[in-house]
Design a protein around this ligand. Structure first.
Ligand SMILES: *Cc1c(COP(=O)(O)O)cnc(C)c1O
Length: 376
């Protein structure tokens, strides 16, 4: 029985091997390892890719969100709206600034923040909303922007999962006042270590993040605020530049694999595939299906050597770290239901038609064998 891994970076890294090693050699020979030519070149290329005037490379996606909030002057006494069903880091970045979280439920159909509910959650102290393009699917940005503009609050996109996605022809990561992304190795555009960036059209905000990533210093030996040490590494920038040059191909490959899953899995009663969105191009960070029999399906696949994951099994409001906020089970029922029914199938650049077929065959078998469930 041949295993199907949930994720393998091998096919992409094998394909890019020579270019990545030459980039490493250039970095190695440059003798300059912090905030030099590689970072500057990558920032310029990524800004262009994002359709924004500026990109500032930072140490991680978490820091990209946190520094965006800090650059906007958000902190104690302020409120920030976040999705109830996101990765923990979106919430943590807000908590770290001292601001209060205001979680908002997603539209169950898209798993993305529900623009109508954002309007209901805005209060006197609300300063910003952080839409997350979950799994690579763009949020309904026209609606999000119009609610935010109408209430005078800032939008900070969390674009960690959606490199290369577009909403009505415009790249995600270009809508908000300032936007954050992660280049964690398993993201669509992934470094070989930790890395992140902010993108913005606002020069003053870009300068503020540049200062904050480097102790709060805008000029040598002058420290104006209490910043951080969160710089994008030269070596990661050099490697990311290689991957960025190939990212369109990467996204195309993902689109094709998602299409294979759709073809093979359409029409099963208790299996919900990601809804197509005519207004957007999905970046396909993950291929997430939903079923009321999620745990049994995951067990069945595991027995067949097929590795799956759950993004995410426990929503942030039920995490021990947030116990003191007093959110009980049942408080964000849509987030909880998504956590109980979502399953991420094996999905990566270079997954073969045959591997997708093997996964789909086992899923079809699981639902066909199940009493009371059959193909439509
Ligand atoms: C990965 C991720 C982050 C955090 O990025 P790191 O680089 O790991 O700090 C934040 N938000 C979302 C939605 C993510 O998927």
């Amino acid at each position: 029985m041949k295993r199907v891994p949930f994720l393998s970076l091998d096919p992409l890294h094998e394909q890019l091997r020579d270019e990545m090693l030459s980039a490493f050699e250039r970095f190695y020979d440059s003798g300059r390892y912090i905030l030099a030519d590689q970072v500057a070149a990558f920032e310029q290329a990524y800004a262009e890719f994002s359709g924004t005037r500026f990109c500032v490379g930072v140490g991680s996606g978490l820091d990209a969100i946190r520094l965006s909030l800090e650059a906007l002057g958000i902190g104690e006494g302020d409120e920030v709206i976040v999705p109830s069903n996101t990765f923990f880091a979106t919430w943590l970045a807000v908590t770290r600034t001292g601001a209060e979280l205001v979680p908002v439920e997603p539209d169950p159909r898209t798993a993305n923040i529900d623009p109508a509910r954002i309007a209901d959650a805005v209060g006197r102290r609300t300063r910003a909303v952080i839409p997350v393009h979950l799994h690579g699917r763009p949020c309904e940005m026209d609606a999000v922007m119009s609610v935010a503009d109408g209430h005078g609050i800032a939008v900070i996109e969390d674009n960690a999962q959606a490199h290369g996605a577009t909403y009505r022809g415009r790249p995600t990561g270009s809508f908000g006042r300032i936007n954050a992304t992660s280049f964690y190795p398993t993201k669509i555009l992934g470094a070989l270590g930790d890395a992140g960036a902010v993108t913005t059209d606002d020069e003053e905000l870009a300068e503020e993040v540049r200062a904050l990533r480097s102790y709060g210093s805008r000029a040598k030996d002058r420290f104006e605020t209490f910043g951080f040490n969160s710089r994008l590494d030269e070596v990661q920038a050099a490697l990311l530049a290689v991957k960025l040059a190939h990212v369109e191909q990467t996204i195309e490959d993902r689109r094709r694999s998602a299409g294979w899953y759709r073809e093979e899995l359409e029409g099963l009663d208790d299996l919900h595939l990601p809804d197509p969105d005519p207004d957007a191009t999905h970046a396909n960070h993950l291929f997430v299906v939903r079923t009321s029999r999620r745990d049994a399906l995951q067990r069945h696949l595991a027995e067949c050597g097929i590795e799956t994951m759950i993004h995410y099994p426990v929503p942030p409001h039920l995490q021990p770290a947030y116990r003191e906020l007093g959110f009980e089970r049942g408080r964000f029922p849509i987030a909880e239901e998504l956590a109980e029914t979502s399953l991420s199938l094996p999905f990566f650049v270079g997954i073969s038609r045959e591997q997708v077929g093997r996964v789909a065959d086992q899923i079809n078998e699981f639902f066909t064998l199940a009493a009371g469930t059959s193909r439509k």
